[in-house]
Design a protein around this ligand. Structure first.
Ligand code: DOR
Ligand code: ZN
Length: 334
């Protein structure tokens, strides 16, 4: 008989759904595997008004009524407490801090947390989560995340009740850092940071499809991330940071950072956890710890995976997905 596992349908705690034609693709692919997802606000224009938040949520909902988008807003310099209150009233559960220039559509981001003190105070009072892209854009690229620790620690100290998420951890020093902070601080881990190293980006021919922010790092970093994912600590949970860019844009000579992992992240994670003898840890990591941190319910609905190979396409809807062309040993049960 085929080997099979049934887990609560996963929650993706960090997802870029994009806009326009691409939104149909991303919502379809996310809804196939995930019950809910934290939707990132770095659209053009950004999700930073109640009207935009409501319109985006409605659009996502109309494409996949059974899928729950957990809405965020993008923090901007000088954002007032009343603006934050309006976002919370519109349904946002988190605010996202992008350091200016750190990644895609972050030019309007924040250069110092002192620019958003009023907003952070309001978020803390309202019980909203602060999600941070932790990179210091002017530091050496492989140290950008580490060099952000000081800023993160300052915010953590200044707002003793604020829940904070250190997004897409890529550096082993950040695992120790997050582990050392109180339980109101957690970190997301992506599939690509668990599977890839810099060798997959520039070890052979340069591959723009494995280029993301923060950049994937060395084998020791990848291994430390795996150990955190297998640790059973509720401080570390899955957030895909699935962030598609069209193949033509990726291969243009000025590749944007971002990896499209939604369509195969779950079977890729099942394969990794099984290979490492950690399959029993998969459900908490991918379906339980994330929603609990946000005060949400893990899905009741089950996702059944069977041990049956599937081949990841080379291209899907004009996008090259994570591990394109490879075979993965698990499939979704129809
Ligand atoms: O690689 C990335 N791509 N990292 C991010 O933080 C943003 C994302 C995007 O939106 O393209
Ligand atoms: Zn992201």
């Amino acid at each position: 008989m085929e080997k099979m596992i049934a887990i609560r349908k996963p929650s993706d705690m960090h997802l870029h759904l994009r806009q326009g034609a691409m939104l149909k693709t991303t919502v379809r692919d996310a809804a196939a595997w995930f019950a809910q997802a934290v939707v990132m606000p770095n659209t053009l224009p950004p999700i930073n008004t109640p009207e935009r938040l409501a319109a985006y949520r409605d659009e996502i909902f109309s494409l996949a009524p059974g899928f729950k988008p957990v809405m965020s807003f993008k923090l901007y310099p000088g954002m007032s407490a009343s603006a934050v209150k309006a976002m919370a009233k519109a349904g946002a559960l988190l605010g996202k801090l992008y350091p200016a220039g750190a990644t895609t559509n972050s030019e309007d981001g924040v250069t110092s947390w002192h620019q958003i003190k009023e907003a952070l105070g309001a978020m803390s009072d309202l019980g909203l989560v602060l999600s941070i892209h932790c990179e210091k854009p002017d530091a050496f690229v492989l140290d950008r995340e580490y060099k952000y620790h000081r800023e993160f620690a300052a915010i953590c100290k200044a707002y003793p009740d604020l829940r904070m998420v250190f997004e897409h951890i890529s550096d082993r020093r950040s695992i120790e850092f997050v582990a050392s902070l109180p339980d109101r601080v957690a970190g997301t881990i992506t599939a690509h940071h668990l599977l890839l190293t810099l060798d997959d980006v520039i070890g052979a021919n340069m591959n723009p499809h494995t280029f993301c922010k923060p950049v994937v790092k060395g084998p020791k970093d990848r291994d430390a991330l795996q150990q955190a994912a297998f640790s059973g600590s509720s401080k570390f949970f899955f957030g895909s940071d699935s962030a598609p860019h069209l193949k033509t844009k990726k291969e243009s000579g000025a590749a944007a950072g971002g990896i499209y992992s939604s369509p195969y992240a779950v079977p890729l994670m099942a394969e990794l956890f099984e290979q490492q003898g950690q399959l029993k840890k998969l459900e908490n990591f991918i379906s339980v710890f994330g929603p609990k941190f946000y005060g949400l319910k893990p899905a009741k609905e089950k996702l059944v995976l069977i041990k049956k190979e599937s081949t990841i396409p080379a291209v899907t809807d004009g996008i090259v997905p994570l591990c394109a062309g490879k075979t993965v040993s698990w499939s979704i049960k129809a």
